[in-house]
Ligand binder design. Structure first.
Ligand SMILES: C[S@@+](CC[C@H](N)C(=O)[O-])C[C@H]1O[C@@H](n2cnc3c(N)ncnc32)[C@H](O)[C@@H]1O
Length: 233
């Protein structure tokens, strides 16, 4: 388990506390359309933290080619049957020596609390996007996790509880999902990023923020800042 994170509930959990069985019964909620609208037709996409392929599936249906990466072998095993290339690796260690039209890192992975780890994630994005290509990131925005908060419908419910603001500016919270009578809880540790902080880290990784895809600034588009550096062998 990663520090400050953990998961409970039926089935296997990834090191970040995500429940494999929960993602297996979850489908896209508009993210695929947002991503599809921001990239060119038939793009090559490197998807970092693909989980069970909740978003991989609709991206393939839209005609894109996806290489799907996750550190959890249990997650990757759910994506392989889709016929895509899969890689079981932590994002920070990924070195494919190839570049893609699009590098997608969603699910608030950029909000990892540790600044050094966040830089490693962004460096991986920079190492794998082609000049002129896009890095798409999904970040937490202020107020995203207010407790007590409850949302959903008769089939699925998510409750945010036990929110704790920590001295280093990070935030811990418990997310409890109930889907058709099964319940999973995940303790997460995240850090909201000011625009200055985000911009500075993108620059350090060799990237440049080019636009926000949504008015709430949750979705970010970045590009290589200058010519592509030569990938180390
Ligand atoms: C919350 S799930 C979301 C999965 C998928 N993006 C989705 O939206 O359905 C996060 C996934 O990212 C993976 N993950 C988190 N941190 C990672 C890291 N540093 N390296 C590789 N995979 C990571 C987890 O194993 C998990 O499968």
């Amino acid at each position: 388990m990663r520090v400050g994170q953990g998961g409970t509930g039926p089935g296997v959990h990834t090191p970040d506390g995500s429940a494999v069985a929960m993602y297996e019964v979850s489908s896209a909620r508009g993210e695929d359309e947002l991503i599809g609208g921001a990239i060119g037709a038939e793009s090559s996409i490197l998807e970092l933290g693909c989980g069970t392929g909740r978003i991989t599936r609709p991206l393939l249906a839209l005609g894109h080619q996806v290489v799907a990466v996750d550190e959890s072998a249990d997650m990757v095993a759910r994506v392989a049957p889709l016929g895509v290339e899969t890689v079981c690796s932590t994002i920070g260690d990924l070195r494919l020596e190839r570049r893609f039209d699009v590098v997608l890192m969603m699910s608030f992975l950029i909000n990892v609390a540790d600044d050094g780890e966040r830089l490693r994630l962004l460096e991986t994005c920079a190492r794998h996007v082609r000049p002129g290509g896009s890095v798409l990131l999904q970040q937490e925005v202020p107020g995203h996790r207010h407790a007590p908060a409850e949302m959903g419908d008769e089939h699925r419910r998510m409750v945010v509880s036990d929110v704790e603001d920590l001295p280093d500016g990070s935030q811990a919270a418990t997310l409890t999902h109930t889907i058709d009578g099964r319940t999973w809880s995940q303790r997460i540790l995240t850090k909201n990023l000011s625009e200055d902080h985000l911009t500075a880290q993108l620059t350090e990784a060799g990237l440049r923020l080019t636009s926000y895809l949504t008015p709430d600034r949750m979705w970010i588009k970045a590009q290589l800042d200058g010519p592509a550096p030569t990938n180390p062998s």
